[in-house]
Write a protein that binds this ligand. Structure first.
Ligand code: ATP
Ligand code: MG
Length: 281
């Protein structure tokens, strides 16, 4: 049964609805939930993102691109149809279209979702434009069983900048709940185990040394950096990490995972074969 239904909504286009919807869907999926992302925008940008992601040549299989289901449903009947489609999903995220152009669909999304997020940049113009969304949410409450919870998601902002602090205050003065903008420290699991070195030493027998006037002699053969046995974190949003000791700087375009050499910082450890000989007269 769906435990969480969340819609990203706003009056205007370009406020970050699709970006936030897709990221949230990833976060919930990575936390182990079964997620359904509903692309309710007739422009279909969330669906387009998933198609583009599936074309990534580095993916093992196209279905590995987005780790959740995504359906296009730009319908005024969304609130009736989604419960049936999402029966087995824990979380439903709706990328709603802008209210000003697709009011019927956006209202239907507001009617269905229990949580409504309004993505908003910390600018006076965007803040003022959130008011009609709030009015819509209030109006729709009469046809809902329970009122939805709503909050503003400050987007495209620098967490501690003055503009963000001012925007938060202005939004709170307007009566909004505003989500926290603390930057997550981005914890990466760094553990790994590598087979660094295997070596064998042969000590030449004394019987062979006496005639050569040597007291000791040995030959050592060593192989270094044989295998990575285990890494705590294998992938970053489905993109395989090359080596736990290499930092992939953010790749882009054709190389989103930064897997190509020129997007990597640091060299992989070289596999080396060492042969050494010790002789003591
Ligand atoms: N947090 C962010 N940081 C940087 N850029 C962002 C962020 N969120 C969104 N953007 C950028 O802002 C632009 C608009 O974002 P997005 O497409 O998500 O908005 P939208 O509200 O879904 O627009 P539309 O109504 O046209 O579908 C995109 O170019 C996106 O990459
Ligand atoms: Mg969009």
């Amino acid at each position: 049964m769906t435990g969480l239904s969340l819609a990203l909504a706003n009056l205007k286009p370009g406020t970050g609805k699709t970006t936030s919807a897709v990221w949230l869907a990833h976060v919930f999926a990575q936390a182990g939930n079964s997620v359904l992302l509903v692309d309710a925008d007739p422009s279909g940008s969330a669906l387009e993102w998933s198609d583009l992601a599936a074309m990534d040549p580095h993916l093992a299989a196209p279905e590995a691109a987005f780790p959740f289901r995504i359906v296009a449903l730009p319908s005024r009947e969304l609130h009736r149809r989604v419960p049936e489609i999402a029966q087995a999903d824990d979380v439903v995220i709706i990328d709603a279209p802008q209210l000003e152009d697709h009011a019927g669909i956006a209202r239907s999304a507001l009617r269905y979702a229990d949580e409504i997020l309004i993505p908003c940049a910390p600018s006076p113009i965007e803040i003022n434009r959130t008011t009609p969304v709030r009015d819509e949410i209030a109006e729709i409450t009469s046809v809902r069983e329970q009122p939805a919870r709503s909050a503003v998601l400050l987007n495209r902002c620098i967490a501690r900048a003055h503009s963000t602090v001012d925007a938060r205050e202005a939004l709170q003065d307007l009566g909004y709940d505003v989500l926290d903008t603390r930057r997550q420290p981005g914890i990466v699991k760094g553990g790994f185990a590598k087979l660094r070195q295997l070596s064998a030493t042969y000590n030449v027998p004394q019987s062979m040394l006496a005639s050569r006037q040597l007291s000791r002699a040995s030959v050592t053969v060593a192989v270094q950096n044989l295998f990575t046995l285990w890494v705590a974190q294998r992938s970053d949003f489905g993109v395989k990490l090359t080596d736990p000791e290499i930092r992939n700087s953010a790749g882009s375009g054709a190389d989103p995972g930064g897997l190509l050499g020129y997007n990597q910082e640091g060299w992989p450890q070289l596999r080396r074969l060492l042969v050494s000989m010790r002789v003591t007269p």
